[in-house]
Design a protein around this ligand. Structure first.
Ligand code: NAD
Ligand code: ZN
Length: 251
């Protein structure tokens, strides 16, 4: 349980900030029943994502890569945004959240209604042929017959996400750097600060004079070093309460 005075502190910081940006990670979607990489129930317990999710595995051993990918696709295709996703969408509508930089590949911020979403690692909602580029929604591929093949040329297909060993798309990287440099408040939600370069954004923000606040169920490598303070609790509960307090402060 996060104390009321901590919620009030964050709500005040949001209301006072001229530009707020959120950086979200896998913990943001745990309450939507999508497993994170690390922690109990995480994919890491079954597969090493850096191995199964490496671009060379997809190229050389597509069946192995698709064992993990088909499981992630199944989880993501049935997932729905939770109250925390909707709270971030409302903050954007109120003019209190400029953008979300997300490491998540589940597309749930867009589904919840956020417009300014930078998908740092792409998304799993569509797949493209690695030979001819033909793109189809992930819901159109047979997940029980892996590895899936392109319906046009039978080439290997790849989710439109960034794999280990691949570069972050130039546009996502430059926009994220820009947003991090010019924000006054960065909310770092449900990320373990382990995957770079996404994990460097709070440092960029801090270095440029921004306040950095974490929302996470446990402490991270940012805690006490980069972040000014942490609200320890699940993202859905903390964001819902914070939004209610923000509205109260503005009424
Ligand atoms: P991570 O799995 O390394 O860490 C998850 C973090 O979330 C941890 O710090 C944990 O304490 C915290 N957490 C767990 N439950 C929470 C909750 N209810 N509320 C708030 N915080 C909670 O995730 P990461 O730092 O995002 O990095 C891993 C990579 O995993 C990213 O690159 C991302 O692309 C990928 N990934 C994405 C999804 C998704 O799209 N939903 C799922 C799994 C992995
Ligand atoms: Zn093709």
């Amino acid at each position: 349980m996060v104390a009321d005075n901590e919620i009030l502190r964050l709500a005040r910081d949001i209301v006072d900030s001229k530009k707020t940006v959120a950086l979200t990670g896998a913990g943001m979607s745990v309450e939507s029943e999508i497993a994170p990489f690390r922690g109990p129930g995480g994919l890491w317990e079954k597969y090493n994502p850096e191995e199964y999710g490496h671009i060379s595995t997809l190229r050389n051993e597509p069946e192995k890569a698709w064992i993990m990918l088909s499981e992630m696709e199944r989880e993501i295709l049935k997932a729905k945004p939770h109250k925390g996703h909707y709270a971030l969408a409302e903050l954007e509508q109120l003019g209190l959240l400029s953008s979300i930089i997300t490491q998540n590949v589940d597309g749930l911020h867009r589904v919840a209604g956020n417009k300014e979403v930078i998908e740092f690692h792409g998304h799993l909602q569509s797949v493209s042929c690695m030979d001819c580029g033909h793109q189809v929604p992930s819901s159109a591929i047979p997940l029980d017959d892996i590895p899936p093949r392109c319906e046009k040329c039978k080439g290997p297909v790849k989710p439109d996400a960034v794999f280990f060993g691949e570069a972050i798309p130039y546009d996502a990287l430059t926009r994220s750097n820009h947003e991090s440099r010019i924000c006054q408040l960065m909310l770092v939600i449900g990320t373990s600060a382990n995957v770079f370069p996404a994990a460097s954004m709070p440092e960029v923000a801090k270095g440029a004079g921004s306040k950095v606040v974490e929302i996470n169920v446990s402490e991270t490598a940012f805690t006490g070093r980069i972040s000014d303070y942490i609200l320890k609790g699940p993202a859905g509960e903390v964001l819902e309460k914070t939004l209610a307090k923000v509205k109260e402060l503005r009424s």
